[in-house]
Structures are given as structure tokens and as C-alpha cells.
Design a protein around this ligand. Structure first.
Ligand SMILES: Nc1ncnc2c1ncn2[C@@H]1O[C@H](COP(=O)(O)OP(=O)(O)OP(=O)(O)O)[C@@H](O)[C@H]1O
Ligand SMILES: [Mg+2]
Length: 358
């Protein structure tokens, strides 16, 4: 399937090419849904589309769980190779001595245990795309063999007589800084340059906060529809908490948190505590980010009001835990208590562990 620029736009429900992308879906494969709203991610997607149109190798970097494989599939689906195979191979998951035959295949009798001929992943990807996941984990000897395959577009089966021509697009991913691996001489520089024709860096989820609500709603629909659908929405406080959390496990962690919340929630609305985002040591918290919507809401309002709202929102975010709220706000617990007394005297009931609403 080829998704050209216009098909992408039509599928995304975008009226014209001046409008940024919103949820983009590949037509035939529901597992290929790709959610993208934040400007940082929209820029990556646009670059990925340009990459898709060329046959060039792509090196995708980013923390674990950011969506490297998802974007690799998108490049494949948006390319002229979409009707061909998409083959993924995780270089970290396979022991070195098996990886060569996994990649290149082998002839019968090539080594003890090679009871029949086996086609390798590079050959299986002929006419399509091969995804080499966690490429930094490949040993140097195999890197040399891969370099030859990339340069010549030829595959040498283990124990084979002559190389086979293959027509493949190579996408590699890494969650390490491959350039520093080159400096450490654990990754070949020539292979790095061959793979890094189009570099794509996927930002961490905490650096693209506008993706969080859309992804959360997407996962809610995805997991809720697996059984009898029960949940319609997230509470405002749970949305604040999700935007404020720093998501060390990125989109995968968000997906798991929403899935868990669907299991734990007892009402139609998903509330903050079901998301279970705050480990006891508070390591998972960070200050409420200056996301676009909040920055606009803050502008033109009295400072005391913005301060009061920030304090109350943070208390909601921490489930009423004042010590943690003071830490997040970077004020003393005494200062927080004084502020809360003031709000109480003005008729506000600040959320606390006993009175919390979420
Ligand atoms: N933009 C997105 N839209 C929808 N789902 C996404 C998106 N990004 C990631 N996901 C989902 O998050 C999970 C992790 O994504 P993926 O496997 O692509 O991450 P990764 O960067 O390859 O992680 P790792 O480095 O651990 O291999 C998957 O279940 C994937 O479907
Ligand atoms: Mg991956």
C-alpha cells in the first residue's frame, strides 16, 4: 500500500496541505495506527514521509518505547515497497552465533544442526523492507558482513556457493547513541554512514506533551473495546497527571498505564489514582509542564490566581499528598500549609487525602 502525501492527508481528515497532521492511520492494518499531534512529532512524521518516498536507508534513534518500530512500519507502508514484505529482526534478542544465519540464511550442512536450507531475513525481505532493531548490539564481525550486503545488495548464505542479489530497503533502530559507539570502536564507522543516510530521532514522550491526551484516548478506545466498552473519558485531574508525569517508559508505559486503569477503574470515568503514576519515592513526578493550553490560560490572569490554581492542580496530581506537592512545587511544606490555610479562609476546600475528589 502506498500512502502518498495526499492520501495521508485525506486519511487524517485534513482539508489542505497547510494544516498540521492529526491521527494518521494506515488503511489496511489496524495494528499500524499511528497517533501524532505534537508539533515535535509532526516534524518527525513529515521527515519520515520524505524518507519513505526515497529508497534511502533510515536510522531511527530514540529511547525505549518511543515508537521506533511503529514509525519504521509507517515508512514501509508509505513507500513504494508497501506491497512487499516488512521483516523485523531484533539484533539484541538473538545470540551472536545464531544471528548470522538468522540474517543471511544457511545452506544444508553449513554447520552442525543445519539440517536443511534456510532463507535468512535479508532474503525474506526481498522487494520490501528489513528492520534491524537495536543494531548497536550486532558484533563487529557480523557488522562487516552486513556492510558488504548493504553496499552490494547481495546476501551470502552461510555455507553458500555464490551471493544472491536482493532488493531491500534497510531501516535500523537504536536506543544508544551510535556515534559514541563509533568513537568507542564498538560500531563500524563505515556501516554507521551507510545506515545513517536519513537520521530520524523520535522525541521522548515527555518532550511531546501534546501527544499524551490523544495517545491516552486512543489506548482507552483500543483496550476498552476488547471487552464490553465501559469507559468514555478521563477525568480532568487524570489528564493533568498524565501530562505532568515524565514517562520514563514512553508510549509503551502510557499504553500499559491506560490498560491497567481500565482493569482497575470502577466508574465510567478514568480517575487519576487508577493510572498509578506516582511511585512512593516521588521519582515519577515532575512539575506541571508549561503546555500550550495552560500557558494561554495563565496569560492575562492575576498572578495570585495562577499560583492558587497551580497549587490545587498539583495537589490533585499527587493525590492530595502535601509533602510530594511541596516538592513538585519546589516550596517548603510550611509555605504550602500557609497557602492552603489562606485558600480555606477564602472558601476554597483544597484537595487532601481525605477530601480528594480524584
Ligand atoms: N505514535 C504512536 N501511536 C500509537 N501507538 C504507538 C505510538 N508510538 C508507540 N506506540 C505503541 O507503543 C508501544 C511501543 O512502541 P514501539 O515498539 O514502536 O517502541 P520502540 O521505540 O521500538 O521501543 P523499544 O526501543 O523498546 O524497541 C507499541 O505498543 C506501539 O504500538
Ligand atoms: Mg522496537
Amino acid at each position: 500500500m502506498t500512502l502518498d502525501a495526499e492520501s495521508f492527508r485525506v486519511e487524517a481528515g485534513m482539508p489542505d496541505s497547510a494544516t498540521p497532521f492529526y491521527p494518521v492511520r494506515a488503511r489496511h492494518d489496524p495494528a499500524d495506527d499511528f497517533i501524532c499531534c505534537d508539533p515535535a512529532m509532526v516534524a518527525v512524521l513529515q521527515r519520515a514521509r520524505q524518507a519513505a518516498e526515497s529508497g534511502a536507508s533510515v536510522l531511527i534513534s530514540g529511547e525505549s518505547g518511543t515508537g521506533k518500530e511503529v514509525i519504521a512500519r509507517h515508512i514501509h507502508n508509505a513507500s513504494g515497497r508497501a506491497k512487499g514484505p516488512f521483516i523485523a529482526l531484533n539484533c539484541a534478542a538473538i545470540p551472536d552465533h545464531l544471528l548470522e544465519s538468522e540474517l543471511f540464511g544457511h545452506e544444508r550442512g553449513a554447520f552442525s544442526g543445519a539440517i536443511g536450507r534456510r532463507i535468512g531475513k535479508l532474503e525474506a525481505a526481498d522487494g520490501g523492507t528489513i528492520l534491524l532493531d537495536e543494531i548497536s548490539e550486532m558484533d563487529l564481525r557480523l557488522q562487516a558482513k552486513l556492510l558488504r550486503a548493504v553496499q552490494e545488495r547481495e546476501v551470502d548464505r552461510v555455507g553458500g556457493q555464490r551471493p544472491m542479489k536482493v532488493d531491500i530497503r534497510i531501516i535500523a533502530t537504536t536506543n544508544k547513541d551510535l556515534q559514541s559507539e563509533v568513537k568507542k570502536q564498538t560500531f563500524r564507522e563505515d556501516l554507521f554512514f551507510r545506515l545513517n543516510v536519513i537520521p530520524l530521532h523520535i522525541p521522548s514522550l515527555r518532550h511531546r506533551p501534546d501527544d499524551i491526551p490523544e495517545l491516552a484516548r486512543y489506548f482507552l478506545r483500543k483496550y476498552d473495546s476488547r471487552s464490553a466498552p465501559r469507559f468514555r473519558s478521563f477525568s480532568d485531574a487524570s489528564m493533568i497527571a498524565m501530562r505532568a508525569y515524565h514517562w520514563p517508559g514512553n508510549v509503551r508505559e502510557l499504553e500499559n498505564a491506560v490498560n491497567r486503569a481500565i482493569v482497575l477503574a470502577t466508574e465510567n470515568e478514568i480517575r487519576g489514582q487508577c493510572l498509578d503514576l506516582f511511585p512512593p519515592d516521588g521519582a515519577g513526578t515532575r512539575p506541571v509542564p508549561a503546555v500550550a493550553g495552560q500557558a494561554v490560560a495563565a496569560a492575562g490572569r492575576p498572578l495570585w490566581q495562577i499560583e492558587r490554581d497551580a497549587i490545587i492542580d498539583t495537589l490533585i496530581m499527587t493525590g492530595g499528598n502535601r509533602t510530594r506537592a511541596a516538592e513538585v512545587l519546589d516550596i517548603s511544606i510550611r509555605c504550602l500549609r500557609n497557602k492552603l490555610q489562606l485558600y480555606a479562609s477564602q472558601g476554597f476546600t483544597p484537595p487532601g487525602p481525605a477530601s480528594r475528589t480524584d
